[in-house]
Design a protein around this ligand. Structure first.
Ligand code: ADP
Ligand code: MG
Length: 333
């Protein structure tokens, strides 16, 4: 099922990864919030884990180096096994499908290691939340925002045409490439993806009456708050909130955690108040995606055109970003 799945060969041994640490409600801490899952120097799937460079709600990401070819530096994602392990299997399936495609990290191998599952993939630079926070005003320029918009639209088009929706689009699930790929935006974290096209790939799967919440409250569309089935449109609505946050520095509901309060704000917020720095073209984008029916694919060309209009004449979406390389590289840490 998993391409190139490797068994590191230590099925039931505690490999020295820290035992789960519990939060105040007795639940195990995960991802970014947990202590490192493995010690620096551990070898998994022929790669030596050097240093933790990132973490999300579930996984931890390490810079890793191939034990025989010291020039092969990569990223190792590791997640504890358990009730959520379907996430990583799904992530592998999507990464296999996207292998070699622009805007997606190349997966090298995957497998299990004691109580953990791992994926070794192309090393990327920082995620867009980290980059935004490292800029002087904690927000990105209009030019950077819309370059990211165009590149993300390309990435979504590729993913959606393969029949998958991402379902957790947000700045921390988008990274720039490493070193000379620093001008390219990559999508990461496919643990919540879902196939929306049927097996033949020619029609949308029928929507479920109730779809459990998937995504991150701050960025999901109103339809996701209403527990409706997600389609490509919902990834694009999350892109809308993502781009506004990048350009403005924050979204008005950033401090709220309650589901209903966030939904109320999204429904009631006067759109115009969302845009201080963001060009009005963002509204045109919203109009287009908000008017799509359930089984309609977005018009990716039209979206790219809207975003391109916000860039000065002659600026291309893959021209260098206006932040310094040390803002976006996680390698030199
Ligand atoms: N291939 C990679 N190279 C470098 N950093 C990465 C890579 N993949 C993910 N990251 C970083 O690690 C963070 C967490 O990874 P992610 O896949 O989103 O995990 P989670 O499923 O726990 O959210 C990301 O926000 C990003 O900063
Ligand atoms: Mg993530």
């Amino acid at each position: 099922m998993l391409a190139q799945r490797e068994h590191a060969g230590y099925p039931n041994v505690d490999l020295g990864g820290a035992a789960p640490v519990l939060d105040k409600n007795g639940k195990p801490l995960r991802g970014k919030a947990a202590p490192p899952y493995v010690e620096n120097g551990v070898i998994i799937g022929r790669f030596k884990f050097i240093k933790m460079i990132g973490g999300g709600g579930f996984g931890q990401i390490y810079r890793v180096v191939h034990i025989e070819d010291g020039n092969l530096i990569a990223a190792g994602k590791i997640e504890p096994q358990g009730q959520d392990q379907g996430r990583m299997i799904l992530e592998c399936q999507v990464l296999v499908l996207m292998r070699g495609k622009h805007h997606f990290p190349t997966m090298y191998c995957s497998g299990d290691y004691g109580r953990f599952n791992f994926i070794i993939m192309e090393l990327l630079g920082r995620n867009l939340t980290d980059i935004r926070k490292r800029t002087r005003n904690k927000r990105m320029s209009v030019i950077s925002t819309f370059k990211i918009g165009i590149q993300s639209t390309d990435a979504f088009e590729t993913l959606h045409r393969e029949g998958y929706v991402h379902r957790d689009i947000k700045p921390s699930n988008m990274c720039v490439g490493h070193a000379d790929r620093g001008n390219t935006v990559y999508l990461v974290d496919f643990g919540m993806a879902r196939r929306f096209l049927n097996k033949n790939g020619n029609n949308f799967r029928p929507p479920r009456h109730y779809a459990a919440f998937r995504g991150t409250m701050r960025y999901v569309s109103i339809r996701v708050h209403e527990r409706r089935e997600q389609t490509p449109t919902d990834d694009l609505i999350s892109l809308y909130y993502t781009l506004i946050e990048l350009c403005e520095g924050s979204l008005p509901w950033r401090l709220l955690t309650d589901h209903d309060e966030i939904l109320t704000q999204k429904l009631r917020y006067d759109k115009h108040k969302l845009f201080m720095y963001t060009p009005k073209a963002m509204e045109e984008f919203y109009e287009h995606i908000n008017n799509l029916s359930y089984n309609e694919m977005p018009n990716y060309d039209k979206i790219r055109e809207i975003f391109q209009k916000c860039l000065p004449y002659g600026v291309r979406c893959d021209d260098p970003f206006d932040w310094d390389e040390d803002v976006s590289s996680c390698y030199h840490d």
